[in-house]
Design a protein around this ligand. Structure first.
Ligand code: ADP
Ligand code: UDP
Length: 240
């Protein structure tokens, strides 16, 4: 399968058509952005790590019965995926308070929840990805009630699988963002990526941040953190 015309260039990836109208190639860049694109930079080697990590985690989730868009890793940066119609929601699952949650509710980062939480943001850059509830999601036609039910069920199942996998790597899964899409037959699958750009991952022993917060918060050691989290994954993925 080869790249045909570029359909889209996003903040972290490019999307290409292929000979097969039901398949796309996503190509991961080293570009990094934060705060709705206000902060821009480059994380050297990030595209390769995010591509390979996301694919490894999607293969793991498929093995555990969770449907994804993943088809085949074509190269270090390029992956063949099923074309979906993206449900324009950022689905955020949290196990521990951090980031915007801590800020919004005035709770310390690191507060462990008794059970995982979920929230949705409307994926719309012009509006700054505002929080949206299930009723409003249905009211403006972003998804119907049964699609939301499926998305929630899949998102919590992803959380259980990823939490257990990262724990085996000595890493705590704090929170993460997922995107879901619809195949031609209307079924919902996990799409986009799962990477240190989209997850908060803390070393379980030291609390060290091994994710994009190092870039967002100017903590330094960004590339090293991405390499370290990839190394942990590679050491443990075959047993998962
Ligand atoms: P953004 O659009 O937020 O800048 P990216 O740079 O990651 O994000 O661009 C990738 C785009 O591709 C996103 O808009 C994402 O929703 C979309 N996408 C991810 N997986 C698929 C898929 N399987 N089919 C169609 N679109 C997808
Ligand atoms: N996240 C993401 N893309 C976004 C917003 C959030 O991948 O546009 C991820 C982020 O990496 C974190 C989780 O979702 O793992 C929760 O992010 P939060 O709402 O705390 O927002 P932030 O503090 O990143 O603004």
């Amino acid at each position: 399968m080869t790249k045909k015309e570029q359909l889209y260039e996003g903040k972290a990836k490019k999307v290409f058509a292929t000979e097969d109208p039901s398949l796309l190639i996503v190509s991961y860049k080293d570009d990094a952005t934060a705060f709705n694109g206000l902060k821009k930079g480059t994380i050297e080697g990030k595209g390769v790590i995010n591509n390979r990590m996301s694919n490894a985690l999607m293969r793991l989730l498929e093995k555990k019965g969770i449907p994804t868009h993943y088809v085949k890793e074509l190269s270090d940066r390029d992956t063949l995926v099923k074309k979906v119609s993206i449900v324009p929601l950022e689905v955020i699952v949290r196990n521990i308070a951090a980031g915007s949650f801590s800020k919004r509710y005035g709770v310390e980062e690191g507060l462990q929840f008794s059970s995982p939480t979920i929230e949705f943001s409307y994926k719309n850059d012009a509006l700054g990805d505002p929080l949206i509830n299930e009723y409003h999601t249905v009211a403006i036609g972003l998804a119907d009630a049964s699609e939301i039910y499926t998305i929630k069920k899949l998102a919590f199942a992803v959380n259980e699988q990823l939490k257990a996998f990262w724990a085996s790597c000595g890493v705590t899964l704090v929170d993460f963002k997922l995107e879901f899409g619809k195949l031609a037959d209307g079924s919902i699958v996990l799409a986009d990526e799962i990477s240190p750009d989209t997850c908060r991952l803390w070393d379980s022993a030291t609390g060290e941040k091994l994710d994009k917060d190092r870039f967002r918060r100017d903590l330094g050691g960004v590339e090293d953190a991405y390499r370290e989290i990839m190394k942990r994954l590679e050491e443990h993925i075959s047993e998962a």
